[in-house]
Write a protein that binds this ligand. Sequence first.
Ligand code: PEP
Ligand code: MN
Length: 448
Amino acid sequence: MDSVDTPQWSPESWRDKPAAQQPVYDEPNKLELVLSELERLPPLVTSGEVLALKRSLAQAQDGKAFLLQGGDCAEQFDDCTSGHISNDLKVLLQMNLVLVHGLKQPVVRIGRIAGQYAKPRSTDLETRQGVSLPSYRGDFVNGPEFTAEARRPDPQRMLRGHAHSAMTMNFVRSLLDGGFADAHHPEYWDLQWMNCSPMQAEYRRLVQAIGDSMRFVEALSGDRAGGARPEFYTSHEALVLQYEQTQTRHVPRQEGWFNLSTHFPWIGMRTAHVDGAHVEYCRGVRNPIAVKVGPGTESDQLKRLIAILNPTNEPGRLTLIHRMGEGNIEYHLPPLIAAVRQEGARVLWCCDAMHGNTETLGNGVKTRRFENIRTELERAFDVHAACGSRLGGVHLEMTGENVTECLGGARNLREEDLARRYRTQVDPRLNCEQALELAMLIVRKHSR
Ligand code: PEP
Ligand code: MN
């Protein structure tokens, strides 16, 4: 039985369940107008792409491909520019090159992009110097400025979010169609500020080696290598359910419902409640979906999530993204791996090495230590191997911009360096050299 046949599901059945982390709008008429406009707008992705991604994720589950999912913690409307989008794509493509070459496997490339605008928050209010205002919940909901006006949820922002997602998607598709991902031209992905990076020499050697191999294969076969259109997919946290509902569509000649705002929606850790609205919504769409699991996730809860979200054990349907923290992973991950095994469930395991390693410095700045991220990732490979399982992907927050948000890495960023280019409004991201260093680590761990 397909999950879409589960009784009583409809695109709005989530409304009967408790929905955490939802914006509260104070003008219902304006909200209704926005929602009905969103329902009429054309989709951002197609069901054919969504199903192709599901097949690729099934390959990754079988150990025949590796998932690379990454991008900004939150996209911002102001960053919907050619520079920001192409730089983020460049990092993903550079990492992709390192991984494909090192793992000798296809890499499934998914951006946190073209719709990653809404954020869950740990507290509803933010207090500064005795003044409390609603927390910033991403550009999709309200503005980051600390004023009552900016922090008021505005439904029009959903329309802007949809439009910015469409513009981003359009630019990404054009770049890819125009050969931007062509491995014959790795110079397209050069980031100027990386020229003096200690990572650059190793990366250059690798690019040279790949170029040589491609020319060798082409000389042998007489054909151009790597000619197929590169696959690239989008993902975002399916958080604001009123929006996700408007993007839930029937497609001619396809059964069931698809969320056509993104290829790969995920359920965040704060909304992964078995009886909650987010799980209810996601169980009914045919997209591949992911769920974040953390140190607080119990084995029984995970078993129930799997039963609800993938009752037919469909290949490629369910990815579990664990985000434990380097100090927790060895203790908390093995029971979850055991639970999956007991259920005989097919899942793709993916390590988010970012969200369990966030810390706030004495001066209030949120950061992450590269060492901790790297350790969690290394341990993830080891724990899976020790439990007879396999880590099939990584989930990272990173950007092609030359930011100083995470400590450490090749240039050994220190606390006093963070202020130089600290740009994120939410979580600290890896910069390109830190991201490349992790790609090289993945190759080393994977090929042991
Ligand atoms: C995120 O991915 O930005 C996020 C909030 O993650 P999590 O749900 O794992 O905390
Ligand atoms: Mn984040």
